[in-house]
Design a protein. Structure first.
Length: 114
């Protein structure tokens, strides 16, 4: 991660979207838009297939007329762990590490608040 401009922009957009701890205003549609952006940014990155799979499953849940709160929570927690692992990986560098760590915290916090 962190090798292209689109990934960088998605990280910035995601961190901006969730800069407060009040997630009550975030809608499923906004989540789907962020996920679509991430899926596009990660499209050619074979190192994050599990992240892509979980993002796709989360997207399906958010598009459902009745998303399963427990599945959404589990997926957010799984993504938090995956992002943290990437942030601590050998290939993570510079500002990416801090941004990914922040995103991991946000995903975990958001999941725990569901």
């Amino acid at each position: 991660m962190g090798t292209n401009i689109l990934e960088q922009r998605m990280l910035e957009d995601t961190l901006e979207t969730f800069q407060t701890n009040d997630y009550s205003w975030v809608t499923p549609a906004q989540g789907v838009m962020l996920i679509d952006g991430w899926l596009q940014a990660l499209e050619n990155d074979s190192n994050v297939e599990l992240v892509q799979m979980n993002l796709s499953e989360l997207r399906e849940q958010l598009n459902s007329p009745t998303p399963d709160r427990n599945i959404v929570k589990d997926l957010l927690i799984q993504l938090a762990h995956q992002v943290q692992d990437i942030a601590q990986g050998d290939s993570s560098e510079g500002p990416w590490t801090g941004g990914l760590q922040n995103m991991s915290v946000i995903l975990r916090d958001f999941g725990n608040k569901l």
